[in-house]
Design a protein around this ligand. Structure first.
Ligand code: C5J
Length: 225
């Protein structure tokens, strides 16, 4: 701990200092359709084990955040059952015969209320933890996340979840533009593609931390000792 009561985490490009009262843990899209065998992600040919290795480190960080009484928020990517918030361009992207809103292995794909849209059992939100339903990749687009963070006095975010190069990266960039400092623990974010995991993290911390900081959950937990 620093002289002014902030916690100091060893990170790249340099140490990340945060005050627990104004720093939330934001867990992005740890949903069954992305992480579970038999879900949408696997249906598209992805190896879900590359995402599942993030579950245990997220559980560890989440347990500590909850034990300390610090703020936790979750997001889910998905759409209204009437698909009113699904842009036609997103619906047809990929030219797959089965797309968002269609029946999939765990209910209608990325539709709110369906089994596959739910957060995995290992990281289920508690009733007092806000869950942000987002129609886009970034957690700020078309959601009330910014208002919730402002109302709670949050200035910094520890961002975890999946996938590193898509929803985590987009959210970190959106947060950065809105004035939040973001720390991304590399073992708590995952990608189906090893090269995107690597570059997704490099992009965040490049050029003196152009979007944020990168560290490891062990280093965050060490800073709390
Ligand atoms: C994707 C996400 N990859 N949560 N969603 O489509 O990153």
């Amino acid at each position: 701990m620093n002289y002014n009561g902030t916690l100091v985490v060893e990170a790249e490009p340099y140490a990340f200092e945060f005050s627990p009262a104004t720093c939330a843990l934001l867990i992005i899209d740890m949903q069954r359709d992305f992480l579970e065998p038999g879900g949408f992600g696997e249906m598209l040919g992805n190896d879900v084990s590359r995402l599942r290795c993030t579950i245990a480190p997220n559980q560890r960080l989440l347990a500590v955040w909850r034990m300390k009484g610090w703020q936790v928020m979750h997001t889910r990517e998905g759409h209204r059952p009437d698909l009113g918030c699904l842009p036609p361009a997103k619906k047809i992207r990929g030219r797959s015969p089965t797309t968002i809103g269609d029946p999939g292995p765990m209910g209608r794909i990325l539709v709110r209320g369906q089994a596959g849209h739910d957060i995995i059992p290992e990281l289920q939100p508690l009733p007092d933890e806000p869950v942000i339903d987002k129609p886009g990749k970034g957690a700020f687009f078309a959601t009330d996340l910014h208002a919730i963070l402002q109302n709670r006095g949050i200035k910094q975010l520890i961002v975890t979840g999946v996938t590193t190069e898509v929803c985590v990266n987009t959210t970190v960039r959106e947060a950065n533009d809105r004035g939040y400092d973001c720390l991304v623990p590399e073992d708590c974010v995952g990608s189906y593609f090893p090269e995107f995991q690597d570059m997704g993290l490099k992009m965040i911390k490049a050029q003196g931390g152009i979007f944020g900081w990168v560290s490891h959950s062990d280093k965050i937990l060490a800073a709390l000792q």
